[in-house]
Design a protein around this ligand. Structure first.
Ligand SMILES: C[S@@+](CC[C@H](N)C(=O)[O-])C[C@H]1O[C@@H](n2cnc3c(N)ncnc32)[C@H](O)[C@@H]1O
Length: 243
């Protein structure tokens, strides 16, 4: 896998939060109860950061066990220690070696896939494909993946918003200006994708979508809509299983 650029400490400080709240959380709990009626399952939370989400799952499903993986020393250090929670500070690039003989019933990818940024748009795409391919053998027989993602559909050309945002945010030279426009990942980059783009990747990597739904929708000022070629933008969840 090409190297995934690491966010610096200042950038990850914004991620000391929990994004899966309200209806997203209630829905997620219902799906987990339906998939695992006895409440016994082992999950991997990739990009689990401060561990608030992980702890929330463990509080609702005390018989479950968790592995949290995040490459930010700062966020990992904020984690509460729990008996049924293993905390690993490492990058997703190393999942195959980290979990050689391990199987997970659920793998969470909550707002993290768009951070697997390489040195080009192409290598960033490859990082996501490699990640999803590497996760397939880690799923137990009836294992599922939950993805929560920011979806950026282009206004007319489907992939253009994704490409423009990637190009602008990954530029080192323009980082100061781009940051002022609200992109906390400026200088490193972020790669949001359209719904069609994500679904093509998911299919290519040998998964089928078993459930999906929309979460919050975002509105932007007209200037931003036109400059970034923004169509429908919002969060979406997807449940996957191996084909
Ligand atoms: C937007 S935050 C999402 C945090 C959490 N999953 C949530 O939904 O509240 C993205 C997280 O991904 C982590 N991350 C980014 N690149 C990573 C990588 N290569 N390997 C593991 N974690 C990574 C960041 O440190 C951060 O905690």
């Amino acid at each position: 896998m090409e190297v995934i650029k690491k966010l610096d400490e200042q950038q990850v400080k914004d991620f000391d939060t929990d994004y899966i709240e309200g209806k997203d959380w209630t829905d997620l709990k219902e799906y987990l109860s339906a998939f695992f009626p006895a409440g016994v399952f082992c999950f991997l939370d990739i990009g689990g950061g401060n561990g608030v989400f992980c702890d929330k799952v463990l509080a609702s499903f005390p018989q479950a066990s968790a592995v949290l993986l995040d490459n930010s020393e700062y966020l990992v250090a904020l984690n509460e220690i729990r008996e049924n929670k293993t905390i690993i500070c490492d990058s997703v690039e190393n999942v195959t070696t980290l979990f050689q003989d391990k199987k997970f019933d659920v793998i969470f990818l909550n707002l993290v896939l768009h951070h697997f940024v390489g040195n080009s748009y192409k290598s960033t795409y490859q990082n996501v494909v490699n990640t999803l391919n590497n996760l397939r053998p880690l799923l137990s027989e009836n294992g599922v993946i939950y993805i929560m993602e920011d979806i950026y559909n282009g206004l007319i050309f489907d992939g253009l918003a994704s490409f423009l945002i990637f190009t602008l945010t990954s530029s080192k030279r323009g980082a100061k200006i781009i940051k002022r426009f609200g992109a906390n990942t400026a200088g490193t980059g972020v790669c949001f994708r359209s719904e069609k783009q994500w679904k093509r990747i998911i299919d290519k990597c040998g998964y089928e979508i078993i459930k999906e739904g929309d979460s919050h929708q975002f509105r932007f000022p007209l200037l931003k809509v036109l400059l970034l070629h923004l169509g429908k933008v919002g969060m979406k969840f997807l449940w996957l299983k191996k084909k």
